[in-house]
Each structure stands twice: as C-alpha cells, then as structure tokens.
Design a binder for this molecule. Sequence first.
Ligand code: TEU
Ligand code: CA
Length: 580
Amino acid sequence: MNQWWKERIAYQIYPRSFQDKNPKDGIGDIEGIISRLDDIKDLGIGIIWLSPVYKSPGADNGYDISDYLSIDPIFGTMQDMENLFREAEKRDIKIIMDLVINHTSDEHEWFKKSRDPKSPYRDYYIWQPPKNAGKANGSSRQPPNNWTGFFMGDVWEWDEMSGEYYLHLFDKKQPDLNYKNPKVVDEIKNIMRFWLDKGAAGFRCDVINIIYKTSLEDGKKSPAVCGIEHYKSQEGNHEILRKLRKEVLSEYDCFTVGETVMVDIDEAKLLCDESRKELDMLFYFEHLEIDRRIARFIPKKFNAKKLLEVLTKWQQGLEWNALYLENHDQVRIVSHFGSEKKTGTSPSKHWQSSAKMLAIMELTLRGTPFIFQGQEIGMTNFDFKSIKEVNDVESHGLNRLMKKIFIPSFLRWKWIKASSRDNSRTPMQWDSSENAGFTSPGIKPWLGVNSNYTHINYAQQKSDSTSILNFYKKLIALRQKSECLKYGEFLPLHADKKMICYQRKLNTCTDRGDTKSGAETYFIGLNFSSNKIKLPKEITKYFGGEILLSSTGRKILSTKKSRAEILPWEGVIVCRQPIQ
Ligand code: TEU
Ligand code: CA
C-alpha cells in the first residue's frame, strides 16, 4: 500500500485554542477549524492531527473522555465533525484523531458502572484494596503500592462507594483502563472502527506504551513516576498494539503515530519496526529534554553537541521518525531552543531568524514532520504574571508538590514558567485585533492571549514575504519536491556547543527500493547562538558558495581563508551533487 503519510506534512490542531467561531464563547471549535482549512492548505499541509474533541468534563482539556463516540458541545456537533471530514477531504487533507485509551474520564459510563463491585464493568478499571486491608489494628488506610503519577501526585484514589482504590496514572479524574480485560480491547476496537468509518485517516495514540500494567508491585525508588518499570513498554502492550493493527487498522488506508512516554531507542525499535506491525511511527521526547532535568521540569544548559547526538541516534536508529519540535504539552520551540528574549513586547532581533533556523531543522530531517499550530508564525511562551492565570492541571500539580517540599515561591514560578504546558496552549494569534482574531473583541478567551500578538500574528506574516510563515511555506514546498529530503539518509557532520551540521544523502538505491542516480545531497548548518561561528576546515568545502535557503536571507556563504561562517541564529541549507 502507498505509505502516503511519509509524503505529507502534518499540522496539529489544539481545538480549544485554534479559532473560536460558533458558539462565540472564548473556546475554539470545529466550525472555527473549517474556516481555517484554506490557510492550512496554503501552508502545504496534508494531514491534520486533531487533539480531542470528544465529550469530556475537561479536567485535562479533553484528554479525559466521557464518551468516545460523541463530540463535546463546546466544540460543536457530530454534524460539524462530519463537515470537517468532508471539507478537509475536498482540500486533500487527511485527519487523524487523538486516541486516548490509557484512561477514560471518571464520568464515562463504564467507570460510573465500574464503581459497583458487582457490575460487569468492574474489571474495566484497576481496583485494589488497601495494602494493609484486613489488619484490624486501627492503622490508617494505605494505598496498594508506592507508585507516583505523571501529574506529580498520587496514583491511587479511594472510592468510598466501592470500598477500594482505583488506579490513575494521570489526574484522579482519569482512571486507567484495565488492559488485562479482553472486553476493554474489544471496546477500543469499536471506537477505532467508528472513527475510521467516519473518515479518520488514522490515530495519534496517547501514551500508548504504558497501557498494559504487568504487575502492581511496588516500584523502584525514583524521583519521578515511581513504578514505571511495571507498565512501560511491556510485552502485553506490544500484543495489544499488534491486535489492534491486525484486527482493525489493517482493514483501512490509515496510519498511527504513537506518543510514547520515556521511551528509549530499543523500546522504540520494537514499537515501530515495520515487520512487527504495531505503530507506523512514534513521538519520542529525548531531543526536547537535552536541556532539562527530571523530564522537562528543571532547565539546564543547552549543548548542541548533545542535540546532534540525540538526533543521530533516532534518525539512524528507526526506519521512520515522527518529527516535531512543539505540541500542546511542550513549551514553544523559539522560546526553548531559539532566541526570544524580549524587549518590551516586541520580539528580540534574532526571534525571526532563530524560528526559521528551527524550521529548517524540523523540515530537513527524515520522517513525517508535525507542525503545531502557531509554530509556523514563531509564537512564543506565555507572558502570564502568576499561577492564577495558568490552567494546566500538570502545572498546578507541580506547584502543589513543590510547595509541600518548601520550594520558595519565586523558584516555583520560575520552573512553572519554564515547563507549563499552557505555554503552547495560548490562543492562536491570527491578527492584530483585540483577542488576536482568535475570538471576537469583548469575549474572554478560555486562556490568556499572549500580549505580543500585535507583533506576532498570522495576517501580518501572510503579507510579508520575509516572514516565518512564508519561510515555512518555502521549506515545505522544497521538501515536497525532494526525494532526498524525504527519504535520504541522515549523516551527522559536525557539532560544537552551539552549532550542528548534518547531511542528507539519497543513496543510489533508496530505502523504498527504487533506484536513483545522481541525486542531490543537502548540507545543513544550524547556529544556536548569538555569535558568528566558523565552520571547521574539513566541512567548509560543503558549505561555501551558493546557499539554497538561509534563515537570515543571504544567498552566498563566503569562505575566508577556507573557513565559512554561519551567522548568529542562522540556519543554512546548501544543495550539492553527491560527493564521492
Ligand atoms: O501526554 C502524556 C505525557 O507524557 C505528558 O502528559 C507528560 O506527562 C507531560 O506532559 C510531559 O511532562 C498525553 C497528552 O499529550 C497530554 O496532554 C495528556 O495530559 C496526557 O497524555 C494524559 O492523557
Ligand atoms: Ca466556541
């Protein structure tokens, strides 16, 4: 079958922050998305990943689903969703849905029924008595094990009605499903069929490597997510993925991209090796965590050498990658790896060049690129003043935990600012009108609009040929015509603390099996600093001369004393015939 997902560029929509249209209530909706499909198409997008629009109480913004088969009224109706599929198809855009199946909402019918110990739904979830159950010594109740959760809190919630605890690796409003129960797998198969029949072209599978809990024994002591060795990338998990592929997905022209928590390369190889028929590709996190401690919570110094090392490992380790620099759980990339230091409300002088340099990085790697809404215009982290403006359930969990261990408030705020998922969730900045064109003036958006919207917005960039938006368009168009940029192999060339250089090269026999000769080779250099950097002599020969695309706009890379220089925050692409 034609693997069209390797040929297209994907765009992630976080519906509540994308475009508010109907009802105009400060929350983005499906009609809003439809109204922007032409803009998405214009960018060169061929796949939309739609974050959840299902019915949900919204404890984790839709990642807590109370009915998988209906649309939450805040986003619209099933008819709107069908319209979206139709309108997208007219423009040759495929839509993949977010499949959140590790847990449901506690308001899902299954869970409500499951609270009755005699219900046939009891085994849909993971219920356990207290550890010290039965001890008649009056000691207080103890949770079944020592695990800790992804949102910095407990994973066991006592349910009075049940007389037992239930497991929730995320919020207590997100009880984990029990994948040892085959009925649960059958339910998921039905949900998948339902959406594939409606027109979905596949799924982004939420936390898909932690769904199967092999045992509930105590975990090894660990500063974060204690207990993970009992449920990460387990054999039972692989079996379920193979079953879903064989019994459902293989009957459709579709693909899956798994979001995989704390995955390492060896686990990833098993999860997306083509012959094993589990996932088509996966999102890993390691590249975004090179300058973070404890997953992504505490910042540490950036080192480009480390970045190239991580990229090389994944680029060469997997047959196909899912490429991304932002999503709704991560901070904005220009604020993270780029240059966003603010002067008043206007962005720094290197904001634009660094955002373009990062675009070059994402779009010149091997894999399917996923662009997150707002990334294409260089949106930055939020500028909120206090935790009161933050909505993210994870940030509040982190704040509570840090308070408990007496971390002073200025440090708490510093770390929350550096990690909060709300950084990327602020409303899309469409134009310079009040509320940035996300919603009408006078309506309060569900989350604050970044005050830099008068400088950073879609409308302004659309009409400026030198904008980040138009740079993304150029890059996408370039990639779309180049077999080498899509399928060529990745070869690291050089790195120091602030710069990386790599090569993309199409071998005479491509990995798709067809023969190519005399194909082009691309050399990419990326500078992550405010200083000019000289390239070492050995690689200058690849870069000197005509530049195909530079984030600074220059056309020629001169070589003085046989050394080429990359400008501050510059990314360059040079195209050459293969060097033997
Ligand atoms: O994210 C899973 C996940 O790994 C993150 O929650 C992670 O714990 C954190 O954001 C990074 O430190 C997925 C969804 O993308 C996220 O929005 C949901 O909150 C979560 O699953 C639960 O469904
Ligand atoms: Ca709305």
